[in-house]
Design a protein around this ligand. Structure first.
Ligand code: PAF
Length: 282
């Protein structure tokens, strides 16, 4: 496995792979890898000749007062895991390498999809994500790029960007990976103490309760949302950021559940904000 920190060297290496007729799968990450990331790597390994994983805690997707400085980092451990996952190359640039002095170019997907859910409390977040992901696509030249369904709004926005800006690649969504007790894997789970971790199980529990209500025939969104909120509130430390149900194709409002809907949650436990979601089809 090769590790690159230089944009030009990474890009040259990827060009060379393409000249040899190989397909490239890119897994963009911010590091501190867990089984969720490794599921993305396995999908990429299965689908492409070459697998590149980027590790970069992207400062421009964090707002003031968010956890950029504290975001967990462990490049040595990540490298070991990726080596075992038969990754061909790791791209781990510095901030200066990605955003040199005077850097001033951004990519932004406008519209409803970028204004709801996480955008409400993190207004600059998705602009930071689409900018860095565009740069990673130009540097690593992937044929396919792999993203987790856990960040449902992120992957929807990236799919829209790829479609509308004609990036010559396809986006592959990989299902959420959960612990045995249902907690969705996230690098931020390390912030939780034992009590908060126990309380955080309410995320999956409320999603499952909503799914069961829909499966039993309920189609009224307000009623399902009410059950979601009630269930989350059974956990004393949980502070709801949002508990929403939208059309899964474009995050538009729905009153009646039909087709595929996205049930999406953001809940704070102490200072840790966790997100989770579920796609339900009727
Ligand atoms: O999902 C993440 O880890 C990040 O938002 C991403 C896609 C790597 C961009 O920094």
């Amino acid at each position: 496995m090769q590790t690159f920190t230089s944009v030009i060297k990474m890009q040259e290496w990827c060009k060379e792979q393409k000249r040899e007729g190989k397909t490239i799968g890119l897994v963009p990450t911010m590091g501190y890898l867990h089984q969720g990331h490794l599921a993305l790597v396995r999908e990429a390994r299965r689908a492409c000749d070459i697998v590149v994983v980027s590790i970069f805690v992207n400062p421009i997707q964090f707002g003031v007062g968010e956890d950029f400085e504290d975001y967990p980092r462990d490049l040595d451990k990540d490298s070991l895991l990726l080596e075992q996952g038969q990754v061909d190359a790791v791209f781990a640039p510095s901030i200066k390498e990605m955003y040199p002095l005077g850097y001033n170019s951004f990519v932004e997907v406008l519209g409803e999809i970028s204004q709801k859910l996480c955008a409400q409390s993190r207004p600059i977040h998705f602009r930071g994500v689409t900018t860095v992901v565009s740069k990673l696509f130009h540097i690593c030249l992937p044929d396919q790029a792999f993203f987790g369904q856990k960040d449902a709004q992120q992957v929807m926005i990236i799919e829209k960007m790829v479609r509308e800006l004609n990036f010559p690649l396809s986006i592959v969504r990989v299902p959420i990976v959960r612990e045995e007790d249902g907690l969705a894997l996230s690098s931020r789970n390390v912030y939780l103490d034992a009590e908060q971790r126990k309380q955080a199980l309410v995320l999956n529990r409320s999603l499952q309760a909503a799914r069961e209500l829909i499966q039993s025939g309920e189609r009224n969104v307000a009623k399902v949302k009410s059950l979601l909120e009630q269930t989350i509130k059974t956990s004393p430390g949980a502070i709801i950021g949002y508990a929403e149900i939208y059309d899964a194709s474009d995050l538009t409002e729905v009153e009646e559940i039909k087709g595929q809907v996205l049930i999406a949650l953001a809940v704070k436990f102490g200072t840790t904000r966790l997100i989770d979601n579920l796609l339900v089809e009727v």
